[in-house]
Design a protein around this ligand. Structure first.
Ligand SMILES: Nc1ncnc2c1ncn2[C@@H]1O[C@H](COP(=O)(O)OP(=O)(O)O)[C@@H](O)[C@H]1O
Ligand SMILES: [Mg+2]
Length: 249
């Protein structure tokens, strides 16, 4: 399939280093990125990989994400100014951060045991990762999943454990919702993946982490509430936060 001229060299690179043999088709194109299914190179032992390709900034609406990126940038004045002015340089700085940060986050979280797709390689504005699904079809977004009450309880328990593991690794997702969770209840041994990390924050350095944590809990718990799961999001967020502060996670 054809891919844009800017991205083709990165795809060629991934083919050259024998990670993939071809890009098959897009899974989904969103505001900020398009995710493609790729055929994995036989040497990788995988059948497919997912390739997330960020859109160039001029092709998408500029997102005011200063809350998220602030803490990371305060040391370097030129960078900070360019970034705040949203100059071309600033936008490129920001673009590099989105992709690099997401890959780094995914690596840390994967190492910490969080159920994220296994990250494989970052090249330019692209991230190659485990494809979570069956026979080239991506697993369902939690948002669209039809869960029984029992499944809902089980999946929520896993999500809760993952929020806890992320926090234990000093990370709050920052955009956790039924739109960034993939589920496959047929996959008995491994039914969940949490995805989409460009706005994830390091709890130790981001003053908004506590609020973002509570919002993540609310946004996911809201979905499970409708399926009979009863839990108080404020209490849960508070409990998690206290345990993080006491290094009990
Ligand atoms: N590792 C993956 N395996 C299978 N499908 C994926 C994977 N990562 C993302 N997707 C699919 O691509 C969509 C967009 O990915 P996401 O990372 O949420 O980007 P964005 O929301 O910025 O477009 C997801 O909703 C999901 O359907
Ligand atoms: Mg998403």
């Amino acid at each position: 399939m054809s891919i844009s001229d800017e991205v083709q060299p990165h795809v060629d690179f991934l083919i050259g280093i024998r990670l993939i043999t071809e890009v098959l088709h897009p899974v989904k194109s969103g505001k900020e990125a398009t995710v493609y299914v790729c055929r994995a190179h036989p040497e990788t032992g995988r059948e497919y990989f997912a390739l997330k390709v960020y859109k160039a900034l001029e092709k998408r609406s500029f997102r005011n994400d200063s809350t998220y990126q602030e803490a990371r940038l305060y040391r370097n004045n030129r960078v900070t100014r360019a970034y705040e002015n949203k100059s071309e340089f600033g936008q490129n700085v920001q673009f590099g951060l989105w992709v690099g940060t997401e890959f780094e986050m995914m690596n840390n979280l994967f190492e910490a045991g969080v159920y994220v797709p296994e990250p494989v390689k970052q090249v330019g504005p692209t991230i190659l990762m485990e494809f979570y699904g069956r026979e080239g079809a991506a697993a369902t977004l939690l948002q669209n999943a039809k869960l029984t009450e029992k499944q809902a309880r089980e999946v929520w328990a896993l999500i809760k454990a993952n929020i806890e593991m992320m926090l234990g690794a000093n990370v709050v997702h920052g955009d956790l919702s039924p739109y960034n969770i993939l589920v496959d209840c047929q996959n008995e041994s491994d039914p969940v993946r949490i995805i989409d990390f460009p706005q994830a924050v390091d709890v130790r350095f981001n003053p908004n982490a506590r609020d973002l944590l509570e919002r993540d809990v609310r946004n996911t718990l809201g979905f499970f509430n409708k399926l009979g799961v009863r839990e108080n999001p404020a209490w849960l967020a508070r409990d998690l936060w206290r345990r993080w502060q006491r290094a009990e996670l």
